[in-house]
Ligand binder design. Sequence first.
Ligand code: NAD
Ligand code: DAU
Length: 342
Amino acid sequence: MRILVTGAAGFIGSNYVRYVLTEHPMDRVVALDKLTYAGNPANLAEFDGDPRYHFVHADICDAEAVGEALAGCDALVNFAAESHVDRSVMDPAAFVKTNVEGIRVLMEAARTHDVRRIVQVSTDEVYGHVPIGAAGEDARLAPRNPYSASKAGGELLALSYFTSFDLPVMVTRGANTIGPYQYPEKVVPVFVTNAMESEPLPIYGEGTAVRNYMHVADHCAGIDLVLRSGEPGAIFNVGVEFEVNTVTLATSILELLEKPRSLMRLIADRPGHDYRYSLDSSRLESLGWQPRYAFAEALAATVNWYVENEEWWRPIKSGSFRAYYERNYAARLANSRPVEAT
Ligand code: NAD
Ligand code: DAU
């Protein structure tokens, strides 16, 4: 298979390129990425010179560039997105452009290039806050922040190309993902790298929000299984069951790094914070998917990677990231409070 992987220089996209070229060594990958603040050529540096791999620096909203990259490809997996909720609250415009208009451009190009398999990588956030139980794929979509609303718009648009034009589109809705190469704006790399620097761990609200953290290798395996075995037009949740709140997450990270609990700080909450996500992934399991990592293993492996790869994240944290960090956290940290001992 020759696969166009868009958003390939980001966290999950780069892990997916690695997954494909390891698990399917006869496959070819065309990796396309705009290289926004979140895209990093270092994430894919090991493939430079590999004849099975070709990188294209382009925007998924650029129809000509996308058409050229897609020529000769059998499949398309789209990871390209503006992906961070906090940034979407500050500045939604780029989210609508890439996460909705970008999908239209990709789908139009796929129509003209006879692509056989297409996966639009979406998120469990499209279900919104799930107070009890687990969302199945038929649950109501109720996104509550500009990021998740744009992702819902993008996946619905992609699926409309299945019903309207018979384009073989599938959608995955993945849970919170952790592992190597995650940009240090998401909670786990923020907490790990801050703890390593003995900086405060900023916990939103009371730290009671729940997520299901999944290792990126398990997420990539799920997406790849859908690409190769999913039924066109179908939606697949990709998630693990284990629930962790933010204080427990921070506590586990501090214990792994042997840092004091006093680094945890409760700060003003995220606007529109979804306090719980939960997925029923039995449809994907019926295709043969099972997560390999328990939460503790996934977290320990992730922490270890950041400990061993300081040369990857230190330049990011000292660059333009600082301005974002100040904007999102400085005032809130100035008014923060400690987590009471339990
Ligand atoms: P990321 O922010 O690390 O990577 C996104 C990549 O897309 C970057 O390399 C960026 O340069 C690229 N990109 C952005 N705009 C682009 C454009 N217009 N054209 C081409 N490339 C562009 O994100 P991630 O965490 O790797 O997420 C990848 C996908 O998975 C996203 O679609 C996200 O919605 C989805 N997802 C993420 C998670 C998670 O926990 N991280 C969970 C479920 C689903
Ligand atoms: O659920 C899938 C989604 O997971 C993906 O679609 C998104 O791309 C990805 O960013 C992620 O979104 P979340 O908003 O769940 O992840 P984030 O890491 O931003 O936050 C996880 C939890 O931690 C959430 O309850 C908010 C909290 N948090 C986050 C940050 C960044 C904090 O308490 N402090 C922080 O500094």
